[in-house]
Design a protein around this ligand. Structure first.
Ligand code: HEC
Length: 127
């Protein structure tokens, strides 16, 4: 009986560790990635080195070349989450003008610009 209870306890701990720690870590990652510093840096990249505004418009309103990046039914960045947006910036959309790392930006800058697009799309920052 006692052994079984101990086993149950160990199992419980294991489940808690396996489920909770990655969840906390994920929450942490989004919070860190979308820090005000990252968003501010991303704003500069969007309007500068990343050349995003040329196609997506200075206020993310979209244009003849590319869709809006404000809240909309996301086609490539499904759901409009930070990771989905980052994935598009990192990999591009094959066969379209949306190339990977537009403007030749670094991975670090891609993360910043994704934070900026995510924040504007979620009303947490202005364009
Ligand atoms: C040369 C034009 C061009 C530039 C520069 C460009 N994009 Fe795009 N982008 C596009 C096009 C076109 C699409 C839509 C692709 C398709 O047809 O599905 C797109 C799609 C996207 C999407 C997905 C939209 C959705 O609805 O899912 C995101 C996010 C995005 N771009 C972010 C960026 C960011 C951030 C930058 C700058 C680092 C950037 N783009 C630079 C043309 C561009």
């Amino acid at each position: 009986m006692r052994a079984r209870r101990r086993l149950l306890c160990v199992l419980c701990c294991a489940v808690t560790t396996i489920v909770l720690i990655p969840a906390l870590a994920a929450a942490q990652t989004v919070a860190d990635s979308a820090s005000p510093a990252a968003i501010g840096g991303g704003r500069e990249i969007f309007h500068g080195a990343g050349s995003c505004q040329v196609c997506h418009g200075p206020n993310l309103e979209g244009g003849p070349m590319a869709p809006t990046l404000k809240t909309h039914p996301w086609k490539d960045a499904k759901g409009g989450g930070y990771d989905a947006i980052l994935n598009v910036v990192m990999k591009g959309v094959p066969g379209t003008a949306m190339v990977s790392h537009p403007g030749g930006i670094s991975d670090e800058d891609a993360r910043r610009v994704a934070a900026y697009v995510w924040a504007v799309g979620h009303g947490k920052a202005t364009p």
